[in-house]
Write a new protein. Structure first.
Ligand code: CA
Length: 232
């Protein structure tokens, strides 16, 4: 899940960002309102977490712009003490929830999951490819009905692949989406995680679902259409 976090207090921002990453989220973190506006309006996110008082554009301006553009991405505003009027304005402008500072990252994670639970019907929250299913809410993965234990990173990687069955995803796309790296760290991180996923998912007797395109990347095999699609 892709989160945009806009917060100008570096200490809070890095804490929240690290906390979300540890929970398996992929985070774009902006420290001012202009960068936040740019990201919010040009990229696609599963949720946006907005501080209100920011250098440049305010959180409320970003929210207003999103809603004016018919962008219904879930938005949580984070408010400082004494900003109760902004909080009310934020909710009026179409924020889905708010969190007063200080807060625990766990609280934010719980709110994010609650929002997705409300906004997505059960069909959208369950990904399935062949006999493999991943529930985005409970984060439970099953192969032929048997539960499979996943770490947060493994879950992110698996669901990233599951969202586009048949499509080859390059190592750099995976590194960026799952680990938030915008560069190649020159390790075999992706390959190591793919191996772990295969051990867990493609067990004996099951059709192997994680395909390799040598030198390019990996894909989730679409069992209804097992040939890789040409698009990258
Ligand atoms: Ca602030």
């Amino acid at each position: 899940m892709n989160i945009l976090l806009v917060e100008d207090e570096t200490e809070i921002g890095s804490l929240v960002s690290d906390g979300l990453v540890a929970e398996g989220f992929s985070v774009d973190y902006c420290e001012d309102g202009d960068a936040g506006m740019e990201h919010a309006t040009t990229k696609s996110y599963d949720a946006v977490v907005l501080d209100i008082m920011l250098p440049g554009k305010s959180g409320l301006e970003i929210l207003k712009k999103l809603r004016e553009g018919q962008n219904n991405v879930p938005v949580i505003i984070i408010t400082a003490r004494g900003e109760s009027e902004d909080r009310i304005e934020g909710l009026n402008l179409g924020a889905d929830d708010y969190l007063p500072k200080p807060f625990f990252v766990e609280e934010l994670v719980a709110r994010l999951r609650a929002i997705w639970r409300r906004s997505s019907d059960s069909g959208m929250s369950l990904l399935s490819v062949g006999t493999l299913t991943a529930n985005m809410m409970s984060r439970e993965v099953k192969r032929s009905g048997t539960s499979v234990e996943m770490t947060p990173k493994e879950f992110s990687l698996l669901t990233f692949l599951m969202r586009s069955p048949g499509r080859v995803l390059t190592r750099s796309q995976i590194l960026e989406q799952v680990w938030g790296y915008h560069f190649d760290p020159g390790t075999n991180l992706v390959d190591v995680y793919i191996r772990r996923l295969r051990t867990k998912i493609d067990t004996d007797g099951e059709i192997p679902l994680i395909g390799t395109l040598r030198g390019v990347g990996y894909r989730m095999v679409d069992p209804d259409n097992p040939e890789p699609s040409k698009e990258g």
